[in-house]
Design a protein around this ligand. Structure first.
Ligand code: SF4
Length: 487
């Protein structure tokens, strides 16, 4: 180590940094012999009016001008704040402020999360891959397909096993994918024996290069129930093709109650209950998330005792994206015809009821020992305080969901945070902002680092490297309401 090198101790890598250079993670640098955090420290200004932002959120970011608005209107986030590593240090900022006459404290730190990942919700009916299939980025395993939800396919990415339990390349690729997803960038994911998906938080997914437009209106059975009245009298039978539950109007309870006549239709697959069929085809990226391009391939022969020549049949997918209209010939074979005008509206209505398809990325992490030690000398007390709702947890000022049970395991929607809220260290691990806000008296009770508490006004004097950003109007203001603010 040369004399003018500095040693960064903000993570276990412990980089020696030469003058004018940065450490391995590019977050810290040697500026004239001093170790400096290179990204701006983000301070949130409250949106001007509740529910309204005069200027769009990102355009309001501007250089810190040294002024400080009133206490309740400014929130010091952990983005760019630095960390507690090597664990025994108090959090870099422990800021006191008065909110509605109550002395509050916000403890902020950039947590280094080896135990973290993202849950990705991809709004599509298309089959992306079988459950438990490996998801890859840059050719490395970074997660797996998990159980699908209503109208969405779900991926579970990251976690300590991929970050630390495999090869170096696997850990690095996992960290890269998590970082980019959390910072709102597009990431290409390949699923073993499945689809290639381009995922970006808040944007429609691209499945095998095709942009997904909308998520389903419901399963096949639900679609029958929702639109049965609109079809009644205009068509003799309707099949809503769905990889999970295909619906048949004439057999479905909705059709029975309306008095729809039996049509002698026969579906392949496993009949669950009247008018509801499972496994009519293999999963795929075509009609209703199945692999079929020809809807007739899921039908058997019509029962000659019940069907009749001229019988009108509509087949449609759960998004309305695919549809076909048939009439039975004299020998009871379905013949495709143009969709009659009075059925077009119902198909359009299915599409109209489908919400735009988006990707959602939830960061999930556990606030463990080192992070909690930066808040209090008795870390379990912080856990109890969060559990008792005396302490509010935020992630870059955004609300979080805390999982019940032990520990402080939270999830946060990355689109509700300021841009580039996440970083990484090459151990590898993700760096994520986390803030704990509570009453000052409660902080003292839980053994907080009271000697390190400093008033909000004090940071105005050290304006360098800070950036003010207007909070999102649809985020609850971290210093307002809730148990943490009760007197
Ligand atoms: S990787 Fe980054 S945080 Fe870790 S020691 Fe190097 S510069 Fe510091």
């Amino acid at each position: 180590m040369a004399d003018d090198d500095v040693r960064c101790d903000a993570c276990p890598v412990l980089c020696y940094i030469k003058p004018g250079r940065t450490g391995s993670c590019d977050r810290y640098g040697n500026h004239e012999g001093k170790l400096v955090r290179l990204d701006p420290h983000i301070v949130l200004d409250r949106a001007v009016e509740d529910g309204k932002s005069v200027v769009p959120f990102l355009e309001r970011s501007r250089d810190w001008d040294g002024t400080m608005v009133s206490h309740g209107e400014t929130f010091v986030t952990a983005i760019g704040a630095g960390t507690t590593y090597p664990d025994y240090k108090p959090a870099p900022f422990i800021i006191s402020s008065q909110v509605a006459g109550v002395d509050m404290v916000t403890v902020v730190t950039e947590g280094i999360f080896s135990y973290c990942g993202v849950k990705v919700k991809i709004d599509t009916d298309r089959h992306l891959g079988a459950e438990c299939s490996t998801v890859r980025s840059q050719g490395e395993a970074v997660g797996h397909v998990t159980t699908s939800e209503y109208g969405s396919q779900m991926l579970s990415l990251g976690g300590v096993r991929h970050l630390t339990g495999g090869s170096r390349q696997e850990g690095t690729a996992t960290c890269d994918a998590l970082l980019n997803l959390c910072n709102g960038k597009a990431v290409e994911l390949k699923i073993d024996d499945g689809a290639d998906v381009l995922v970006q938080a808040g944007h429609p997914p691209l499945v095998d290069g095709a942009r997904e437009e909308r998520m389903r209106v419901g399963c096949g059975s639900a679609t029958i129930g929702m639109f049965a009245r609109q079809w009644f009298g205009k068509v003799d039978d309707v099949v809503v093709v769905d990889d999970h539950i295909t619906g048949v109007l004439s057999e479905h309870q909705a059709g029975k109650l309306l008095g729809v006549r039996e049509t002698g239709i026969k579906l392949k697959g496993r009949r669950s209950t009247p008018g509801r069929y499972f496994q009519v085809a293999e999963p795929g990226t075509s009609w209703g998330g199945t692999n079929i391009d020809d809807p007739l391939s899921i039908l058997g022969k019509f029962n000659a005792k019940k069907a009749w020549p001229g019988l009108r049949l509509l087949m449609v997918s759960t998004t309305g994206e695919h549809h076909a209209y048939f009439e039975l010939s004299d020998d009871l074979k379905p013949m495709e015809k143009e969709l009659p005008v009075d059925l077009r509206e119902s198909v359009a209505r299915i599409k109209e009821n489908c919400e735009p398809a988006l990707c959602t990325v939830l960061f999930m992490g556990g606030a463990g020992g080192s992070l909690r030690a930066g808040v209090t000398e008795n870390p379990v007390k912080l856990t109890h305080s969060v559990r008792d709702a005396l302490t509010r947890v935020t992630c870059g000022g955004a609300p979080v969901y805390i999982w019940p049970g032990g520990g402080i395991t939270f999830m946060a929607d990355v689109t509700r945070m300021p841009q580039n809220a996440f970083g990484y260290v090459p151990t590898p691990a993700l760096v994520a902002p986390i803030e704990f806000t509570l009453k000052l008296t409660d902080y003292a009770d839980l053994g907080g680092h009271m000697d390190s508490v400093r008033p909000l006004a004090s940071i105005a004097a050290t304006a360098d490297g800070r950036k003010r950003v207007t909070s999102r109007a649809d985020n609850p203001w971290p210093l307002e309401s809730g148990a943490a603010q009760k007197k």
